[in-house]
Ligand binder design. Structure first.
Ligand code: BGC
Length: 761
């Protein structure tokens, strides 16, 4: 019997285990790096049951710090923990809870293997940053990385060592509520953001960093009809060229874990897909970390009609490379007997356990299982001023100015009567967004509070109407659907007396996120009616949209002179919005996702295929790819976003007209700030491969640069095009650039571009 405290000091353990029993035949002796040796040493000591335990993840059970749970699931979890049959817990937070559980794992179990503590630190822990879709609108990779660093440091301080983020699912359908968690619709931007987030969370795995998890592998964002958990059918082309790049970028950035997804992908549930988890992830990409299932997704293969019972689901999942079971109880209940009866080979279990142990080693938990359990650090870290400054900076960078006719914005700082209307203007919870389980309600700065910082205008607040939410949501108390218009009269009277009306409308923080798919994408409840009623008495309206996904708001886009997209901006929301409203911050955000005119257009995205009938040959023709009752174009395009500066693009030039493999071409454009306001612009480069072995999109983002310009300053921006930029997953199943003509576009939005052409010989 090994002494149970040996894990504390790894060096002792290593000496002990190396001099211990001969390694079992399953130990892979070819693994020669130091971590592999340590992993194999431990593996050789483990019983089959203990191995299975490392692959078992349980949700928290709070009773643990109080009296020992006596019955039911909590009692089983507690017993399993003491027997060393749990590898990880999720949703346990706070140093004292984490420490209590870790203590059981390292001091009361036979081998004392420490636990991983997972939590959805998706956009902050307690100090909440903008939702990921909003952050993506900044196109500012350094800021996004910094935001992940802040989230990691705060979460690490409360004992968490693993975040279930980043979500890197590409999605083209705003009906899907989880678009708020991702980086939008573009694989290139999505890949860069995935890398920034992974690096931000993981850093050098110090005690201020936590391990990251790229999720949900794969295809989850392509749920049919935008309905969460729905079936996904995608082509090889879309899978490789659109869905997979951010996952691959996460692996290249060193992400330690992956989470698979709930959906069925082309007929096989992702959790049971060895094509995804073994062939692509572990073989082709050489991923060394482990895959955790999504919550209960192993057992969900029964409902999918892919496994007849939990036992078969366990067999399918483990063989497919899904290493850890989150809350299905399938592995803990069945893996042992599946191995004993010869259905699952023990080498499959060993591979999964090795992966889990390797991550624990890399994180330093064997050296110090209490690495994240320091009460003093917890006290001085959570909610520190520096975090608030960081999330405020990120929030300002995430705002997108969609429209600014009549230069209504920025607002004058004094002498103005302002009517501030909308329940969301005073809401201190909604700005926290959907994944904010570590944060307390009512902790965000509201727009009312933000505007109060500018005291020289007369601001009168009137609610107008509540925001409908549909139904009471799981876990959080929210407003029930409302048709109440009794507040309209007061709002209208306030608007009548005002010079400018600021209306804060959109979605409640819980109207997007998991399980919050929507069939309509207008302003929920009676907000559209409220907007139109106020407009009748005072059209000088600045509309502040607050939402977790693109909305379809054609009436507002046509009638309202100024529109700011502010998403759900987190704890410092109101200050960020007020600073942009008053021009103390010049907005520079660009949409990471297309805004449709109409839900019927979805999925709608800028990098679509041309089709065989892209436009009408004759004005009256009906036989081309269009709607008879709606335009094809979006309301606001991917990449769109205005500024208080006025940017002008000219002089698009290429250094040569053609190039051969191994050479590069320079593309130059001149950008001028034709205004008196200093500002930032995201200069975007798009390319179209005119003929391909797979049909190619009409344009694809291939580069961008954030440029700061003083009043009336001009700069020449240069992009370098190489062959790699032109490469894609071809019909021959290879990544390569196919020779031919490429169109090159540069500009400030995917629908406002200068164009030229090059040839790859
Ligand atoms: C979600 C995951 C999340 C997990 C744990 C699931 O329902 O799909 O994204 O990480 O729960 O909270």
């Amino acid at each position: 019997m090994i002494h149970k405290n040996i894990i504390y000091a790894y060096s002792v353990l290593l000496l002990l285990v190396l001099s211990c029993s001969t390694p079992k035949s399953s130990v892979n002796v070819s693994n020669t790096d130091p971590t592999s040796k340590r992993v194999d040493s431990i593996l050789s000591l483990m019983t089959l049951e203990e191995k299975v335990g490392q692959l078992n993840q349980y949700n928290g059970f709070w009773e643990i710090t109080g009296p020992v749970p006596k019955e039911g699931q909590a009692a089983k979890k507690y017993d399993d923990l003491k027997k060393g049959l749990v590898g990880s817990m999720l949703n346990v937070k706070g140093v004292s809870d984490v420490k209590a559980l870790q203590k059981i794992a390292v001091e009361q179990t036979r081998l004392g293997i420490p636990l991983l503590f997972g939590f959805d630190v998706v956009h902050g822990y307690k100090t909440i940053s903008p939702i990921p879709l909003a952050e993506a609108a900044s196109w500012d990779l350094k800021a996004i990385q910094k935001s992940a660093e802040i989230a990691a440091e705060e979460a690490a301080a409360v004992g968490i060592n693993w975040t279930f983020a980043p979500m890197v699912d590409i999605s083209r359908d705003a009906r899907w509520g989880r678009v708020m968690e991702g980086a939008g619709e573009d694989p290139y931007l999505g890949a860069l953001i995935a890398k920034a987030r992974v690096q931000g969370f993981q850093g050098n795995l110090s005690n201020k960093n936590i391990i990251a998890c790229a999720k949900h592998f794969a295809g989850y964002g392509f749920a049919e009809s935008g309905r969460d958990y729905n079936t996904v059918v995608v082509s090889d082309d879309v899978l490789h060229n659109v869905i997979l790049p951010p996952f691959k970028a996460s692996v290249d950035a060193g992400v330690k874990t992956f989470m698979n997804s709930f959906n069925d992908l082309n007929g096989i549930p992702a959790t049971g897909s060895s094509f995804l988890q073994r062939d692509i992830l572990k073989k082709s990409w050489n991923f060394k970390g482990f895959v955790v299932s999504d919550w209960g997704s192993i057992n969900e293969m029964i409902a999918h009609g892919y496994a007849q019972d939990s036992k078969q689901a366990a067999e399918i999942a483990i063989n497919a490379g899904s290493d850890m079971d989150m809350e299905s109880y399938a592995y803990i209940d069945h893996l042992k007997s599946l191995v004993v009866s010869g259905v699952v080979d023990v080498s499959v279990i060993d591979d999964a356990v090795r992966r889990v142990l390797r991550v624990k080693f890399e994180l330093g938990l064997f050296e110090n299982p209490y690495k994240y359990c320091n009460e003093a650090i917890e006290k001085e870290t959570v909610g520190k001023t520096e975090f608030h400054e960081g999330v405020l900076d990120m929030a300002k960078k995430s705002i997108v100015l969609l429209k600014n006719d009549k230069q209504l914005l920025p607002l004058k700082k004094s002498g103005q009567k302002i009517a501030l209307i909308g329940a969301l203007a005073a809401d201190k919870t909604s700005p926290l967004g959907s994944w904010r389980i570590g944060a307390d309600d009512n902790t965000a700065i509201s727009v009312v509070e933000g505007m109060n910082k500018y005291p020289n205008n007369e601001v009168t607040y009137s609610k107008g109407a509540d925001v409908a939410i549909g139904r009471t949501q799981f876990m959080w108390e929210t407003k029930i659907n409302t048709t109440d218009t009794s507040g309209f009269a007061e709002a209208i009277a306030t608007a009548k007396k005002a010079d400018v009306v600021v209306m804060v409308l959109g979605e409640h923080g819980l109207q997007s996120g998991e399980g919050r798919s929507r069939a309509e994408l207008g302003l929920p409840g009676v907000q559209q009616e409220l907007l139109e009623a106020v407009y009748k008495v005072n059209p000088n309206i600045v509309l502040i949209l607050t939402n977790g996904r693109p909305l379809a708001i054609p009436w507002a886009a046509e009638h309202i002179p100024a529109i700011l997209e502010t998403w759900h901006l987190g704890t410092q929301s109101g200050h960020a919005i007020a600073q942009v409203l008053y021009g103390d911050y010049n907005p520079s955000g660009k949409l990471p996702m297309t805004f449709p005119r109409n839900v019927g257009q979805l999925p709608l995205y800028y990098n679509y295929k041309n089709t065989g009938r892209p436009s009408a040959n004759e004005p009256e023709s009906v036989f081309w790819s269009h709607y008879i009752d709606e335009k094809n174009t979006p309301l606001f395009a991917f990449g769109h976003g205005l500024s208080y500066s006025k940017f002008e693009y000219s002089e698009l030039k290429v250094s040569k007209a053609s190039f051969s493999k191994g050479e590069t071409i320079q593309v130059q454009v001149e950008l001028k700030n034709n205004s008196t306001v200093e500002g930032k612009e995201v200069v975007q480069l798009y390319i179209r491969d005119v003929v391909g072995s797979f049909t190619r999109p009409v344009k694809e983002l291939k580069g961008f640069e954030m440029v700061e310009l003083k009043p009336f300053e001009s700069k020449v921006i240069t992009f370098t095009i190489d062959q790699e930029m032109l490469a894609f997953y071809t019909a021959n199943k290879t990544w390569e650039a196919e020779p031919g003509t490429f169109k090159v576009f540069v500009g400030g939005s995917s629908d406002q571009l200068l164009e030229t052409e090059i040839v790859l010989k």
